[in-house]
Design a protein around this ligand. Structure first.
Ligand SMILES: [Zn+2]
Length: 294
């Protein structure tokens, strides 16, 4: 009698605690600022800028459009990672209350903090072109000290570097929004992603903006289509990750060689290899953000 009760009780506990195979999708959203709808000037990108307060709202509205699209497509969990500058741009009171928010830039995995293999889909919102792009609003990689970043011989921007980490975990990047240059660039690393162009770069400063209403509708539709089509893959892992980082100065590379197994391969360029993408990612981030030779 007692055994029968135990078996029945155990079956009951299992039925409540084991997640069903039909569980809804878990979605990760990384939100940068330069590629946000309506963002076009230097006075919008940081707290010292006169237009920054408005811009935080614009950033939240693009994020909310992506969150709506994700839930439209059956997401049951959405994690937003503030991925610009201080990583303290998005105000929790402005965000769709169904999402959780990671804030502050003291993160080992930066724009991809909190991602792991339990997620089903990744959305990149407000992304921009890489350092050196001749057209592309606010084109840069990381912090502005980077001239070029290569991973296993391929030049990548923030989107490409983040997509490489996503592949490591086997989570597909299913949407990217930003200007036309950024979207085309990120799709080189994530060809299946929905590309949502919210503005067209005329050059590195001037831009033709879609209306905010149009842009947010496009982001919501792109997120919905991307999350609906999302299929997890087996993790894509290279045997080694060789990184070459060319700086726009000669001081950072000088300091960088203090780290073990980082070599100077030109006066402005360092190289190193790591066995895993998360290790490579963390070190790249330290090398462009946390070195300060001044
Ligand atoms: Zn960025």
């Amino acid at each position: 009698m007692r055994i029968q009760f135990f078996v029945a009780f155990a079956a009951f506990v299992l039925s409540v605690t084991v997640p069903s195979a039909q569980a809804g999708k878990k979605v990760y959203i990384s939100v940068d600022l330069e590629g946000i709808s309506g963002v076009s000037g230097d006075d919008q990108t940081g707290p010292a800028g006169a237009e920054y307060g408005r811009t935080r709202k614009l950033m939240a509205e693009d994020a909310n459009a992506a969150i709506r699209g994700a839930f439209d497509a059956g997401a049951t969990e959405v994690l937003v990672n503030d991925s610009h500058g201080s990583h303290r741009n998005l105000l929790p009171e402005d965000l769709d209350p169904r999402a959780r928010l990671i804030t502050h830039n003291f993160k080992r995995h930066g724009m991809m903090e909190g991602l792991d293999d339990t997620f089903d889909a990744i959305l990149f919102v407000g992304y921009h072109a890489k350092a050196g792009a001749s057209r592309g609003l606010f084109a840069h990689t990381g912090s502005g000290v980077v001239g070029d970043l290569q991973i296993n011989g391929i030049s990548v921007g923030e989107g490409g570097m983040n997509a490489a980490l996503a592949s490591w975990y086997g989570v597909p990047v299913v949407m990217v929004s930003g200007d036309d240059v950024a979207v085309a660039e990120v799709k080189e690393s994530a060809p299946a992603a929905q590309g949502v162009v919210v503005k067209r770069a005329i050059n590195v400063r001037a831009v033709e903006l879609d209306s905010l209403v149009t842009a947010r509708k496009s982001i919501q539709a792109g997120a919905r289509a991307g999350v609906t089509a999302a299929r997890k893959t087996a993790p894509v892992r290279q045997s080694t990750y060789r990184v070459e980082l060319r700086y726009r100065n000669f001081t950072y590379p000088e300091v960088a060689t203090a780290f073990r197994e980082i070599e100077l391969i030109a006066p402005d360029t360092i190289a190193f290899s790591r066995e895993t993408m998360p290790e490579a990612y963390r070190l790249i981030r330290v090398l462009y953000r946390f070195i300060n030779p001044d």
